[in-house]
Design a protein around this ligand. Structure first.
Ligand SMILES: Cc1ncc(COP(=O)(O)O)c(C=O)c1O
Length: 316
């Protein structure tokens, strides 16, 4: 992801403020201890204007993450839904990335964030592909020497700010060594996930992924892909993935809001299949992009429309 392109406005504690005015204090508890929670959501341009993909599921996870960190969000699901859709409209977002975040703001630097005000913001900006996969190429990954944090230390079910130091370190190491992305193993040595995405293996026609036992973030894209595979009649299996299965896979791909469905071309120098996105990955990926662009009525419940675009830039 390159530098964030500025948009007009950010929803900040209940109102829309100019981009440059969405600021927090340097003594915010979350800045020091990583105690915030966040979401990553995408919107897509469809024939009926911009649609936010699985907004309900993302906001549900946002509230669940906040609850795990004893952070009562001072807004309702309905308020954050409306704020997100209004953000899309006010900024004229089409294919975009949307980032809700909630933090313990400045008040105390005791570890217990007692009495700290909770700041909630939602920003969004235009965004294309996150990883440099072109339609006919995949990404090159490495199995990271940096292990995924243990679930008894940090709950993987929450999407908390602090846990991402683990992903940032693994990404820095992978990029330094010339790879696009890192795959992390658990502390027991089985495959967990990518630094910011879930991992799928295709072997003998079966689409395989792991689950909470491997300390993964239970991705909303992962769940969507399992449903899509099932609907396409492709067998799926959820089980532990051993690291030696990766170079031997017929196909490998990542899923996540940022990476969408990204084929993996190489693992530590071993080419997967013939080095091109495989047939099952391609079928699933094609169907995913059709769905997010509103081309499959059967999945319209996954899309929340921000409003029909009428003429140029006018929202009904
Ligand atoms: C560590 C990690 N795993 C998996 C995912 C994929 O989750 P989702 O599909 O809900 O975006 C993400 C991105 O949010 C992530 O950061």
């Amino acid at each position: 992801m390159a530098a964030i392109p500025k948009t007009d406005t950010i929803w900040f504690n209940g109102s829309f403020v100019p981009w440059d005015e969405a600021r927090v204090h340097v003594l915010a508890h979350t800045l020091h201890y990583g105690t915030g929670v966040f979401e990553g959501i995408r919107s897509y341009l469809t024939d009926r204007g911009t649609a936010v993909f699985r907004l309900d599921a993302h906001l549900e996870r946002f509230f669940r993450s906040a609850a795990i960190y004893d952070m009562p969000l001072p807004y309702s699901r309905e308020q954050l839904t409306e704020a997100t859709l209004e953000l899309v409209r006010r900024n004229g977002l089409e294919n975009a990335y949307i980032r809700p975040v909630a933090i313990f703001d400045a008040h105390t630097l005791q570890l217990l964030p007692e009495g700290a005000p909770i700041t909630v913001a939602i920003a969004g900006w235009p965004m294309g592909a996150y990883l440099p996969a072109e339609s006919n190429r995949g990404v090159r990954v490495t199995v990271s020497p940096i292990r995924r944090f243990n679930a008894s230390a940090i709950p993987p079910a929450a999407k908390s700010c602090g846990q991402y130091v683990n992903s940032v370190r693994a990404t820095q190491d992978a990029v330094r060594r010339g790879f696009h992305e890192a795959v992390l193993l658990t502390d027991t040595g089985v495959v967990s996930e990518g630094a910011g995405e879930n991992l799928f293996v295709v072997k003998n026609g079966v689409v395989i992924t792991n689950d909470a036992d491997a300390a993964i973030l239970m991705g909303i894209t992962r769940e969507s892909i399992l449903q899509i595979a099932h609907d396409l009649g492709i067998p799926t299996k959820i089980r532990t993935i051993r690291p030696e299965e990766l170079p031997q896979a017929d196909e490998l791909f990542f899923t996540g809001t940022a990476v969408e469905v990204t084929p993996i071309e190489e693992v530590d120098g071993t080419v997967i299949g013939d080095g091109r996105p495989g047939p099952i990955t391609t079928r699933i990926r094609t169907r995913f992009f059709e769905i997010v662009r509103g081309l499959h009525a059967d999945y319209s419940h996954w899309l929340v429309f921000a409003g029909e675009k009428v003429g140029s830039g006018v929202w009904a």
